[in-house]
Design a protein around this ligand. Structure first.
Ligand code: BG6
Length: 290
């Protein structure tokens, strides 16, 4: 179907009643609703659905570069290109009870002038009961090795950022993007928010929990092939400076991004890299064992 903005999107549904929407523009998930119809991802009210602008919210794909870790445009170009439905995806086992779409991005002549590596970037989005899984794959169809950085820039919807705790990143080293990417070690028990946060946590465990106290909801993010994790909230000052982001919207979102940044992924000709991010929700009381 077409979005109200005229962009094409795919709607996934599953028998328990949850749903997801995936835009071909950017290969971007822009909505994930649970069986009660509650939106679990953040999408800005000011998001512009106007190419070549990237869309503020959902799960943008950062490829072939995360952030400003390289000479390309911020977060690379995959998030503002038109992807296609992959009609003959190389076989990946399909899980039971899931609704799935496979997308592909192949560089144009123009893209090759910006980044001269021939690749196929695939994304499988699978919706299951209480679970949204993204499987990105990058195949090298060039005749020389290449490397890239990558992130699934996941904007989660939360009720009040001041009440949010992120667990699973304690004691880890991180680059602080607000301090010229200087390296620090996390000292807190959990990450909480009372100011702008923009960090790349390095070589994290495979499971990260985002606990939203007010909604009594916990997101669990599980990842493979994406060793790092970005945590971002712009807070009030930065929020005002971002044109496609409401001044107060920083209170209702947090970005937790499964990523490969510190050590770029290198693939040889004909090789394929595969990552995986699984998002699910559990009620907080269940999570804390009460
Ligand atoms: C985060 C970065 O991943 O994305 C931040 O760590 C950046 O530095 C944010 O501000 C948003 O980026 P953009 O390009 O979508 O405004």
């Amino acid at each position: 179907v077409r979005d109200s903005s005229g962009l094409e999107k795919v709607i996934l549904t599953e028998p328990r009643g949850s749903s997801a929407q995936v835009l071909l523009y950017g290969g971007q998930v822009i909505s994930w609703k649970n069986e009660r119809g509650e939106e679990l991802l953040f999408l800005s009210n000011k998001a512009l659905f106007k190419p070549p602008k990237a869309i503020r919210g959902g799960i943008p794909i950062c490829f072939p570069q995360f952030g400003s870790f390289g000479s390309l445009e911020q977060h690379g170009f995959a998030r503002n290109r038109l992807w296609a439905i992959d009609t003959c995806p190389s076989p990946l086992p399909a899980a039971n009870n899931t609704s799935t779409i496979d997308l592909i991005l192949i560089p144009t002549e123009e893209d090759l002038k910006i980044w001269s590596r021939s690749f196929e970037l695939r994304l499988r989005v699978s919706l299951g009961p209480g679970k949204l899984t993204l499987i990105p794959r990058v195949r090298n169809i060039d005749n020389k090795p290449f490397s890239f950085t990558f992130a699934l820039h996941t904007y989660l919807s939360v009720s009040d950022i001041s009440e949010v705790r992120v667990e699973g990143l304690e004691t880890l080293d991180y680059f602080d993007n607000l301090l010229q990417k200087e390296r620090f070690t996390e000292q807190a028990d959990a990450i909480t928010f009372d100011d702008e946060v923009d960090r790349v946590y390095l070589s994290t465990p495979t499971k990260i929990a985002v606990i939203d106290h007010e909604k009594k909801r916990t997101f669990e993010l599980r990842k493979e092939g994406l060793p790092d994790a970005v945590v971002w909230n712009p807070w009030d000052k930065k929020a005002k400076a971002i044109p496609d982001f409401g001044d107060e919207e920083y209170k209702q979102m947090v970005c937790i991004e499964a990523a490969a940044i510190e050590h770029p992924i290198m693939i040889r000709p004909r090789e394929e890299w595969k990552g995986r991010q699984e998002l699910s929700t559990v009620s907080s009381s269940y999570f804390s064992g009460q």
